[in-house]
Design a protein. Structure first.
Length: 90
C-alpha cells in the first residue's frame, strides 16, 4: 500500500450542507473577500474580530465577522466607481 504523503497545504474541507460557524483564517479572509494578509492586518487593527481557540484550532466566528464587516465605513460617494477606474485604464 502506498504511504500517504504529508504536505504543508491542508486539504480543503468537503462542502457542507450548511455554513460552518467557525472559519479558518483562509476561509475567513475568503468569506470577507480579501487576502489573508489584509485579513491579518484588519484583525491587528481591530477591524475584524480576534479568533477563538478550540483545542489547537484557531477559528473565527462567522457571525462576529458579519458584525465587524457591517461596522466598516461605507465608500464615499465622491470616490471613483469601479467602472470609472476601468474606463480610465482601458
Amino acid at each position: 500500500m502506498p504511504r500517504s504523503v504529508r504536505t504543508t497545504e491542508r486539504a480543503e474541507r468537503p462542502a457542507l450542507p450548511f455554513a460552518p460557524k467557525g472559519l479558518s483564517r483562509l476561509e475567513a479572509a475568503r468569506y470577507v473577500g480579501i487576502s489573508t494578509t489584509t485579513f491579518d492586518e484588519m484583525v491587528r487593527e481591530r477591524l475584524m474580530p480576534r479568533p477563538k481557540m478550540i483545542g489547537a484550532r484557531v477559528l473565527w466566528d462567522r457571525t462576529q465577522i458579519d458584525l465587524f464587516f457591517e461596522a466598516l465605513p461605507e465608500r464615499e460617494a465622491t470616490q471613483e466607481s469601479d467602472e470609472d477606474i476601468l474606463a480610465r485604464l482601458g
